[in-house]
Design a protein around this ligand. Structure first.
Ligand code: UD1
Ligand code: UDP
Length: 381
């Protein structure tokens, strides 16, 4: 092996950045790697928030985000940008993450350029190409061109084996989101001044005593929920807010215009509904720690909340993360008005139902995923 192996990490959206951040730290701290970081900036503001919090300075920034971009825009701009980046930097290997169009397109670029690809968060599947759309397609494409599959769980590994992936190419690592979450929790715990700053920030943004009053934390952005799904979600939140006037509903709203429009049109002005700009990871984790329950269609939040013992209702019909459902701390409610209202009300009204779901466990990792990934990369022939 070369003295220093040149590894290129590629990511572009908020969740990829959060999940790759601890790996950037681990690789940059190891003397045996030359680590290059390329951001596509498929997200701009929401990516930069994460880069700031984790103090990561990219070497390459493709800066592709356009307001209201579609999948054609993202795919084309990432592919052409990656062609130039790979020509200029010639890495020995590249790492992509998960299931975004950045990950899919960067992996294709690696394949075209003959650069071997490592896939972080490999093997998640619903086997329904429309759900989540286009993520299920993206991750299956990434797997096709991946040399090293870093699978978070045993189930993810078995999905890959069923697709005839060479067992020697798969390592079960846990999910790096747990590394990121534990890092963030440690930072908050170790630095009371930092914790006070975050709490002060939240105090300015929220007009209720969020440290003591019960609240539901909400996020949502899935493409397959655009249109009718988001109308149902927002109407359900409006009805819940009226029915449970002693509960607050805190919703940091994703910047996608397909989300902003229905959320602001239907929910603005409701007294106990608090619509916020996307939060930095620090205050978001703080809210996760303090909320009563979580209502989300997010992948990452489904993985973080179980570690903090928070019940999660997932506004999707299928999930590629069934481990916490099997453990009883996550339930699917679809983007369906009645199921959302019933599911949330049951958890708010029944202590027994709540207690049955509120249990801390870590099906997605132990916070050591990045070390395992570094070990594999260090020991390549
Ligand atoms: C993307 C990913 C999705 C991931 C999600 C995480 C794809 C196809 N979608 O969806 O898998 O779960 O990110 O959040 O890869 N915008 C801004 N500023 C930002 C971010 C977004 O203004 O910082 C707005 C822009 O108008 C942009 C639009 O949101 O054009 C859509 O962004 P895009 O990355 O295409 O889709 P997401 O819905 O964010
Ligand atoms: N998150 C955040 N600020 C917010 C909302 C979410 O930092 O206002 C974090 C959250 O903790 C998780 C990640 O963003 O780690 C999830 O991102 P998103 O839901 O956009 O994408 P997905 O995980 O569904 O791909």
């Amino acid at each position: 092996m070369n003295a220093r192996r040149k590894i290129l990490l590629v990511f572009g959206t908020r969740p990829e950045a959060i999940k790759m951040a601890p790996l950037c730290h681990a690789l940059r701290a190891a003397p045996d790697f030359e680590t290059l970081i390329c951001v596509t900036a498929q997200h701009r503001e929401m990516l930069d928030q994460v880069l700031n919090i984790f103090a990561i300075r990219p070497d390459i920034d493709l800066n592709i985000m356009r307001p209201g971009q579609d999948l054609f825009d993202v795919t084309t701009h990432v592919l052409l940008g990656m062609r130039d980046a790979l020509r200029e930097h010639s890495p020995e290997a590249m790492l992509v993450h998960g299931d975004t169009t950045t990950a899919m397109t960067a992996a294709i670029a690696g394949f075209y350029a003959g650069v071997p690809v490592g896939h972080v968060e490999a093997g998640l599947r619903t086997y329904d190409l429309r759900a989540p759309f286009p993520e299920e397609f993206n991750r299956q494409i990434v797997s096709k061109v991946t040399r090293w599959h870093f699978a978070p769980t045993e189930l993810n590994r078995s999905n890959l084996l069923a697709e005839k992936v060479d067992p020697a190419a798969i390592t079960i690592t846990g999910n790096t989101v747990i590394d990121a979450l534990f890092w963030m929790l440690d930072q908050i715990k170790a630095d009371p001044a930092r914790a006070a700053r975050i709490d002060g920030f939240l105090g300015e943004r929220l007009s209720f005593d969020w440290g003591n009053c019960p609240f539901v934390l909400i996020t949502g952005h899935r493409r397959e929920n655009f249109g009718d799904g988001f109308l149902q979600i927002c109407q359900a939140l409006k009805d819940l807010a009226r029915r449970h006037q002693d509960i607050h509903f805190v919703y940091p709203v994703h910047l996608n215009p397909n989300v902003q429009k229905p959320v602001n049109e239907i929910l603005a002005g409701q007294d106990n509904v608090h619509l916020l700009a996307p939060l930095d990871y620090e205050p978001f984790v703080r809210l996760l720690q303090h909320c009563r329950l979580v209502l989300t269609d997010s992948g990452g939040v489904q993985e973080e909340a179980p570690s903090l013992g928070k019940p999660v209702l997932v506004m999707r019909n299928v999930t590629e993360r069934p481990e916490a459902i099997a453990a009883g701390t996550v339930k699917l409610v679809g983007a369906d008005h009645d199921r959302i209202v019933t599911g949330v009300s049951e958890l708010l009204d029944s202590e027994a139902s709540y207690n049955a779901m509120a249990r801390a466990h870590n099906p997605y990792g132990d916070g050591q995923a990045c070390g395992r990934i570094c070990d594999v990369l260090r020991n390549l022939p």
